[in-house]
Ligand binder design. Structure first.
Ligand SMILES: Nc1ncnc2c1ncn2[C@@H]1O[C@H](COP(=O)(O)OP(=O)(O)OP(=O)(O)O)[C@@H](O)[C@H]1O
Ligand SMILES: [Mg+2]
Length: 470
């Protein structure tokens, strides 16, 4: 950066040095951080590397037209507000520029005040666009509280507790085996709380690589580590005003546990590589399928953090403890997946239901849901019978197999219904996991994966198999 200030960062693009100097001075006087580029290519490189709030671009430059620069900029970073600078003769083009996403245009000659006003307005407008987008996403996401199906005594108790804790602000620790509905319960608490209109942000602590989890939680400044090409908000900041769901909390490193504890106590976060502290208002709901108390006893989980999270414990019972809920759940999943699968199922054969109720369901509700979905795709008529559920009818215990259910916990013997996947699938899954964890930041993802961005691009475009032959 040519000049440092505390305000928004602006990139000035003009091939004339005098014009750049004059504009730089005008903006630096108002504490903008100003950076300059004298040709389009340099400008795009800087935009890719830096994080700017706005760019002021001359429409007429040698090499590449201002409009092309504008379009390239919008592609690289749609969050940057672009102000186009035009001469008298190019007002027509300026109109075109507005259509292509410029926030504003300035006609030459202009005064320093006019420049400052245009930049300020462009940044404000961009901010508004962003807020609108966020609002729309939030409204779209905000549905009614998800239904936790089940009329068994333990499920009624779970619903009663959810309704009660939703009124308050206390931290909730949701426990239960895999697939018992922990995330669903957390979403229900959020949806019933006064924070319902604010974001619900879920972080799967087990899916984010350990070294990235801190930045995932607290965000980072640009340049905080290799690959941190711009400032990024962490989940705590994104969940501000709403609910933060910390899934698989038991997998977190002891070091990060200490940081999390401090944040929960002080209610402020410090992004990685930053001096600033940011006040945060979030309700935390944590979940685990491990026995955290046991982890505390063995020294893998901090006791003080355990007590801070476990203010209100919410235990979701395994499905085998409430077989009475199975018929209701089956109906619920038939209704849920019917439209998508274009299947109209009218009834479930009683023998099949009896077999479902007797099965052990190690993957709990998630496994039952997959079994129903699979049976719906396999069945021909309107009745789900034992045949549709595979060999369930003949062998009522433990034979319901689903490919997406929880991993087998019996030592991983390969079974007929779930063949071991080929390498390409595993690779693809892992790549998707890293991409997800980096919020589709391909550069960061390729750094973690140890491959070039080009190779990564080819792999996510479905050429993994080809690639591994090289
Ligand atoms: N009581 C319920 N009523 C309706 N759907 C349910 C219920 N419990 C779970 N489900 C459904 O089962 C699936 C798994 O639930 P969820 O993801 O909440 O489980 P989980 O406990 O978080 O599992 P995991 O430990 O594997 O992450 C989801 O599709 C969810 O909607
Ligand atoms: Mg879950």
């Amino acid at each position: 950066m040519n000049s440092r200030g505390a305000g928004p960062a602006v990139l000035l693009v003009d091939d004339e040095r005098d014009a750049l100097d004059a504009c730089s001075q005008a903006l630096a006087a108002e504490r903008y951080r100003v950076d300059t580029a004298r040709d389009p290519r340099d400008a795009l490189e800087k935009l890719e590397r830096g994080s700017y709030d706005a760019a002021v671009v001359d429409l007429k430059m040698p090499g590449m037209s201002g409009l092309d620069v504008l379009r390239a900029m919008r592609r690289l970073d749609p969050d940057v507000a672009v102000v186009m600078v035009t001469g008298y003769a190019t007002v027509e083009t300026a109109v075109e520029a507005m259509k292509d996403g410029a926030s504003d245009y300035l006609q030459k000659p202009f005064t320093p005040d006019e420049l400052r006003l245009a930049v300020r307005r462009a940044i404000d407008r961009q901010e508004l666009v962003r807020e609108n987008q966020a609002l729309r996403e939030r409204l779209g996401a905000q549905r009614e509280a998800p239904a936790l199906i089940g009329e068994s005594a333990p499920m009624r108790e779970v619903r009663r507790l959810i309704a009660r804790v939703a009124e308050g602000e206390a931290t909730v620790l949701v426990t239960g085996e895999t697939g018992t509905g922990k995330e669903l319960a957390a979403r229900a608490i959020h949806a019933l709380s006064r924070r319902a209109a604010q974001p619900f942000i879920a972080v799967d602590c087990a899916a984010v690589p350990g070294e990235l989890l801190e930045s995932e939680f607290f965000g980072h400044e640009k340049g905080a580590f290799t690959g941190a090409i711009r400032r990024r908000k962490g989940s705590f900041e994104l969940a501000h005003g709403g609910t933060l769901f910390l899934d698989e909390i038991g997998t977190m490193s002891v070091e990060l546990q200490a940081k999390l504890l401090r944040v929960l106590q002080e209610r402020e976060i410090q992004p990685v590589g930053s001096e600033r502290k940011i006040a945060i208002d979030v309700r935390v709901i944590a979940a685990t399928n491990r026995n955290l108390r046991e982890a505390v006893r063995q020294g893998g989980f901090r006791e003080d953090l355990y007590y801070r999270l476990n203010v209100i414990p919410l235990r979701l019972p395994p499905l085998r403890e409430r077989p009475d809920d199975i018929p209701l759940l089956v109906d619920h999943f038939i209704a849920k997946h019917g439209p998508k699968l274009a299947r109209r199922i009218e009834s479930v054969d009683p023998a099949a239901l009896a077999a479902l109720a007797a099965a052990p369901w190690p993957g709990n509700v998630r496994e039952l849901e997959s079994a129903v979905e699979r049976a719906m795709t396999l069945v021909d008529g309107p009745v789900l019978d034992a045949g549709a559920f595979g060999c369930l009818g003949e062998e009522p215990r433990g034979t319901v197999e689903t490919s997406s259910a929880a991993p087998a916990r019996d030592g991983g013997t390969p079974r007929d219904a779930a063949p071991l996947p080929p390498l390409a699938d595993v690779e693809r899954d892992y790549i998707m996991q890293v991409l997800h964890a980096t919020r589709w930041n391909r550069r960061e993802a390729s750094r973690i994966l140890g491959i070039s961005t080009v190779t990564l691009w080819r792999k996510i475009n479905g050429r993994a198999a080809e690639d591994s032959r090289e």
